[in-house]
Ligand binder design. Structure first.
Ligand SMILES: [Zn+2]
Length: 78
């Protein structure tokens, strides 16, 4: 059974806080998240709940996430 719980996460780029529902499976593996606050969007592909403002470009978000979590394999790198 998947389990959703509310968490607050800051935008990866600017730190603005957003409310998310974060879903883990019964073994605690991260499945995904849903941004409940207006103006935020989920950042996928990092295996953890990440959020960014809708106003940031994919480039900005990628660079910020890389700075924090290290480089991730991306389908369209470059
Ligand atoms: Zn932001």
């Amino acid at each position: 059974m998947a389990e959703a719980k509310g968490e607050t996460h800051g935008c990866i780029v600017c730190g603005k806080l957003y409310q998310l529902y974060v879903v883990h499976d019964s073994e605690g593996n991260y499945l995904g998240s849903k941004v409940m606050s207006a103006g935020g969007k989920e950042v996928t592909g990092y295996g953890r709940p990440l959020v960014a403002c809708e106003t940031h470009s994919a480039d900005e978000i990628g660079r910020a996430a890389e700075r924090v979590y290290g480089k991730q394999p991306a389908p369209e790198d470059e």
